[in-house]
Design a protein around this ligand. Structure first.
Ligand code: ZN
Length: 270
């Protein structure tokens, strides 16, 4: 079946990213990702941005769309008055399918007024706002800013903006499920639920209780039409992670979770 990976990072040449990719059996190049995608019937991927929103940024091949990435510290560094116009220039491009916010990595709740202009732009252009939620990379980030419950405020205050909760708030699963169930303008994506490369047979035995909770909360509400597959490459091995999610999702929802929901929510037109 055709699939969409709705959460990858393309870092460009960088010793840290090179090592991260190698640690999961990959190479940190766009060509390598495309090759992996082809092998796994992943026809398109959404890049979650990690660069400043300059006009030159975010040039990828046709297999990719992207969410222009922002966090509060970056907005302050670039100038809160200047960044909305930069982001708008991206939103005008067909390849830009949304905005990605990184609360937690900077100390601002997503209800902070700093982010307000981006919700207005998202509504105006009809493109979603994806938000990092749950566990962070490294101890310097602050979890209270990226707890899934914080998304309830903005979803309620901006009913015409489509939000995407990245990583299903993991491991704050019950809170994520409550926010998703309550807000019709909230979708959730299930990337990055494990890190690195795992022997799945061992993982599903060793982490049995966690897997049961994950299955329970994914199936808790009537929101299979709002759950989106993504990997979080290069943090995970793509094939290994696809196998992991395939074990979690009941087969009758594969078409929605692996393709239809991302295609509709990010308006990819595939
Ligand atoms: Zn990510």
């Amino acid at each position: 079946m055709k699939r969409i990976d709705a959460h990858v990072h393309l870092f460009g040449p960088d010793p840290w990213a090179d090592e991260l990719a190698r640690s999961v059996g990959h190479e940190n190049t766009e060509e390598h990702v495309v090759q992996q995608m082809e092998q796994l019937d992943i026809v398109h991927a959404v890049v979650m941005g990690n660069q400043d929103p300059t006009p030159q940024a975010y040039r990828f091949g046709p297999q990719f769309s992207y969410c222009v990435g922002l966090d509060g510290a970056q907005i302050q560094r670039l100038g809160p008055g200047k960044v909305p116009a930069m982001v708008e220039e991206h939103l005008r491009r067909p390849a830009c399918c949304g905005i990605k916010l990184y609360p937690g990595y900077a100390p601002h709740y997503i209800s902070d007024p700093l982010y307000e202009p981006y919700y207005e732009l998202a509504e105006q252009y009809g493109k979603p706002v994806a938000v990092h939620t749950g566990q962070t990379q490294g101890p310097n980030a602050k979890l209270k800013y990226c707890h899934p419950l914080t998304l309830d405020d903005v979803a309620a205050d901006h009913p015409y903006v489509q939000f995407v909760m990245c990583h299903f708030g993991n491991p704050f699963l019950a809170d994520a499920a409550a926010v998703l169930e309550k807000n019709p303008n909230m979708a959730a994506e299930i990337s990055g639920l494990l890190c690195g490369y795992e022997n799945l047979d061992d993982y599903f035995i060793g982490k049995r209780e966690y897997i049961n909770m994950l299955r329970g909360w994914l199936g808790y509400g009537d929101y299979w039409d709002r759950l989106i597959f993504g990997t979080d490459w290069p943090g995970v091995n793509m094939e290994n992670y696809l196998g992991f999610i395939q074990r979690l999702i009941p087969e009758q929802y594969d078409q929605q979770v692996f393709f239809d929901n991302a295609n509709r929510i990010y308006r990819l037109g595939l």
